[in-house]
Design a protein around this ligand. Structure first.
Ligand SMILES: Nc1nc2c(ncn2[C@@H]2O[C@H](COP(=O)(O)OP(=O)(O)OP(=O)(O)O)[C@@H](O)[C@H]2O)c(=O)[nH]1
Ligand SMILES: [Mg+2]
Length: 283
């Protein structure tokens, strides 16, 4: 569809706000060009935490506060929180714009495009940091764990540190069926994909940005199934990976987008099962 100016109104569009920087663009590459002029911190690690959001008005403000506190308390002072929102229908866009005024938060707005994986990767592309953390907005991934992920990455000189629910000290706080499904899926996935990784679907990682961008993703993931390909490609690319335990908390606020879209259990099983078999058995 085009409007009177001849512009395609259905084309993906992007906006980026952080401090005084305010960029509107038709592509992520254009955004990145504008952003790279803004900052560079020499001789220090800079952490970009990338958080995809859709209708997270009950969570995102709290997450930004808790994350900032957790990083600062751990002495990690060079960081940004990049929230990538897909034109949420609730107050999420205005909440993240207000937070972005501080300059420590970057609000990336995407229009006419949806999907967790592409949102995360767009966030990683515009990130200024050499280290990126990927996490959800709904407090399922505890902000208090982020410094541990980063410290492991840096101190042990690893390429990737992944948070796992299936190690001593880890766990799942969720309704019975959800917990049972996660445990079952992960047992099957470990059996097929390998036991080197204990949690194939946790979605909570710290990674060196350049390494992540160099991975060759081949499947068009939209939801949580991207995690399987991320871990699989990282392992096959010879990344040094370590896991640290975390306790997953079922969201208290807002609705589960994946569960809504996929339908419970069968939708997940189909999506994860298909991706697992594609990765494991196709050339
Ligand atoms: N940018 C963007 N983010 C999304 C989209 N769908 C979901 N998200 C975010 O991705 C993260 C994970 O989505 P959830 O709905 O929590 O999915 P889930 O973790 O499988 O489901 P729950 O366990 O029920 O929370 C959350 O931060 C969501 O707000 C989307 O289309 N675009
Ligand atoms: Mg969630």
């Amino acid at each position: 569809m085009s409007n009177a100016t001849g512009k395609d109104t259905n084309a993906a569009r992007y906006a980026y706000k952080s401090g005084k920087v305010n960029i509107e663009a038709g592509s992520v590459a254009e955004l990145r060009q504008g952003i790279s002029r803004v900052a560079a911190v020499a001789n220090k690690h800079f952490v970009s935490v990338v958080v995809p959001t859709y209708n997270e008005e009950g969570n995102v403000g709290r997450l930004i506060g808790a994350l900032s506190l957790s990083l600062e308390s751990a002495g990690i002072n060079y960081f940004e929180i990049i929230v990538v929102d897909d034109d949420s229908r609730d107050e999420t866009p205005s909440i993240i714009d207000k937070s972005a005024a501080s300059g420590r938060v970057a609000a990336v707005h995407r229009y006419n495009i949806r999907g967790i994986f592409s949102a995360i990767m767009d966030g990683v592309k515009v990130a200024r940091g050499d280290l990126v953390v990927i996490m959800d907005a709904d407090a399922s991934h505890p902000p208090s764990k982020v410094p541990e992920l980063i410290k492991n990455l840096v101190d042990k000189n690893l390429d990737m540190v992944s948070a796992s629910r299936f190690m001593a000290g880890g766990g799942i706080e969720a309704p019975f069926l959800r917990k049972a499904a996660t445990v079952l899926f992960n047992s099957v996935i470990r059996f097929v994909m390998g036991h080197g990784i204990t949690d194939w679907t946790g979605g909570f990682h710290a990674i060196r940005r350049a390494k992540l961008l160099a991975l060759d993703f081949r499947y068009p993931s939209k939801w949580g199934e991207f995690d399987l390909e991320l871990l699989y490609r990282a392992m096959n690319a010879g990344f040094s990976i370590s896991e640290v335990p975390f306790v997953y908390n079922f969201r208290e606020e807002g609705k589960s987008k994946s569960a809504e879209r996929l339908g419970f259990l069968f939708g997940y099983a189909w999506l994860y099962g298909k991706r697992m078999l594609q990765l494991r058995f196709s050339k």
